[in-house]
Ligand binder design. Structure first.
Ligand code: F6P
Length: 541
């Protein structure tokens, strides 16, 4: 039986009927303490969730829901290495990747922490060698370009974090990311680069992902075209993977491989060797500071009571809108240009984790699960899609993320950025009434168009500055939010079977596209027609 049969769910349903029409305007007037009470802070990361359509009773009932879903014991199970990823028979221990050296986390009777730190140390040595120029390419030149070849979790995390922490990067290193099997991605990344100054990090948990291996083979040919000698590979290719055999088959020496473990999910792998490109860019000290931020949030999630637990509260508010207000999407809106890839990162993090209609017992869920996650950095979004956020027919709960200090303080740019940041959540929550417009003398015909209903919910997250530590806190916050929601919806958040069908059909279709015979076996009429058109136009080129 699903969560919808729980007592808390039924109480929430009844409560929703009572408060659905409540206005944030009124809630703030009635309760001068609201902003203060519906806020919390953990190690410098501040969450104000007072601009949500909740009362204290709503929060109590939502916490009761988490209790009924046995969230506390689920958290305990994850942290202690239970094999909670049942459909793949694996533990889920990304939290061990950021555990201090002194901790002990056992999996099948073996402490994994020393392995984690051994890999971190190896990464640190390698990063330092690249950064200092001590690692020389085949012709004796230092490395100037580092290109990570990976996709999904083996790309989005390090590329998002490299951008987020660009202010901490070594500027004479050009770190890039190639993910798409579209050759234009690779071609543009290597445009104008010298192979003897370029290092490829082939990053793939399985080392069987077609896009990554195709790009890696193309990179190999590109490199050998310039350097000719096969022995150059050892100086210009390293691998990040759990699969030593496939790494060797590709032709990369296991000495140049940085391992991780099957208990690290791809989209939760940034703190593992998947973060190698990031460590090369920002150095081991900043990377470890980031791990510190992750760990701080892990501890908060593990220890804080549910009603004062940041990831849990954000998870519950998400469920409130998703399941009771029928919101279909959730926007992440960072007001920091360095976080421009953060929404896309958590598109995978959230949608691959909780985009599931089958629950843990193998039956169809009776309630909505993961939302569509989207967003982009402010203020750009304001001039694109905020019209719909303010006056559209859809309810879009949103998280606003901002910082008190800029990495590039210039004139009054930052005050302007933050003025917009504050103004937007204020406008969304409180709107502008037709009465106010009439009082201002606005033409009666225009009043409906210029009215803002308000009552549009947001969370606001703030920290002093976007540092490595804060980035770690933020990422772990969303990771745990996603986990908590998955527990309540009772879905397996750590598998991703939904990506398999498309992959296997692509293999069959590729065979057909590359064969001279048109068989159209297992191909429907529409797809056959599209493929025929492709063959015809391809030939014309
Ligand atoms: O898209 C499916 C997926 O398995 C993701 O979960 C993963 O992050 C990505 O492919 C890449 O996988 P790998 O690291 O094994 O190449």
């Amino acid at each position: 039986m699903g969560i919808e049969t729980s007592v808390a769910w039924r109480e929430l349903r009844a409560h929703f009927e009572q408060i659905a029409e409540l206005q944030l305007n009124q809630l703030f007037v009635d309760d001068p303490q609201r902003a203060k009470d519906l806020s919390l802070e953990d190690q410098g990361l501040f969450l104000d969730y007072s601009k949500n359509r909740v009362t204290r009773e709503s929060i109590d009932l939502l916490v009761k829901l988490a209790d009924e879903a046995r969230l506390l014991s689920a958290i305990q199970d994850m942290f202690s290495g239970e094999k909670i990823n049942k459909t793949e028979g694996r533990a889920v221990l990304h939290t061990a990747l950021r555990a201090p050296k002194s901790s002990c986390i056992e999996l099948d009777g073996i402490d994994v922490v020393p392995q984690v730190h051994a890999v971190l140390d190896k990464m640190a040595g390698f990063s330092e060698a690249i950064r200092s120029g001590q690692w020389q390419g085949f012709t004796g030149k230092p490395i100037r370009n580092v290109i990570n070849i990976g996709i999904g979790g083996s790309d989005l995390g390090p590329s998002m974090a490299c951008e987020a922490l660009r202010a901490y990067s070594q500027r004479n290193l050009n770190v890039q990311f190639v993910s798409n099997v579209d050759a234009s991605d690779f071609a543009e990344a290597v445009q104008g680069l010298n192979a003897d100054e370029t290092l490829f990090i082939v990053c793939s948990k399985t080392f069987t992902t077609d896009e990554t291996l195709t790009n890696a083979r193309t990179a190999r040919s590109w490199l050998l075209k310039q350097l000719v000698d096969e022995s150059a590979i050892a100086k210009h290719f390293v691998a990040v993977s759990t699969n030593t055999e496939e790494v060797q088959t590709f032709g990369i020496d296991p000495q140049n491989m940085f391992g991780f473990w099957d208990w690290v999910g791809g989209r939760y792998s940034l703190c593992s060797s998947v973060g190698l490109a990031l460590m090369v860019s920002i150095g081991a000290t900043h990377f470890r500071a980031m791990l510190g931020g992750f760990h701080a949030m892990d501890e908060h999630f593990k220890i804080a009571p549910l009603a004062q637990n940041m990831p849990v509260l954000m998870a519950l508010l998400g469920i409130w809108y998703n399941n009771f207000f029928a919101a279909e999407t959730h926007a992440i809106l960072p007001y920091d240009n360095y976080l421009k890839h953060f929404p896309a990162y958590f598109q995978q993090g959230d949608m691959e984790s909780n985009g599931k209609y089958i629950d843990k017992s193998g039956t169809e869920v009776a309630v909505q699960t993961g939302p569509i996650v989207w967003g982009q950095a402010g203020t750009n979004g304001q001039h694109a899609f905020y019209q719909l956020l303010h006056q559209g027919t859809k309810l879009v709960p949103a998280d606003f993320i901002g910082f008190a200090q800029s990495h590039n303080p210039t004139l009054d740019h930052h005050d302007k950025l933050m003025a917009n940041f504050f103004a937007q959540t204020q406008a969304l929550a409180f709107g502008k009434s037709s009465q106010t417009l009439a009082d201002e003398g606005v033409d009666a015909a225009l009043i409906p168009h210029r009215t803002f209903t308000g009552n549009r919910p947001t969370n606001t997250l703030m920290a002093e500055k976007l540092t490595p530590f804060v980035l770690g806190q933020l990422i772990a916050l969303y990771e745990h939010k996603i986990f908590a929601q998955g527990v309540i919806w009772n879905v397996f958040s750590f598998d991703q079977w939904g990506v398999e069908l498309g992959k296997s059909l692509a293999v069959e279709i590729l065979q057909q596209l590359q064969s001279d015979e048109v068989s159209n076996a297992n191909v429907d009429a529409s797809t056959a027609q599209l493929m025929a058109r492709y063959r015809k136009d391809r030939a014309a080129s």
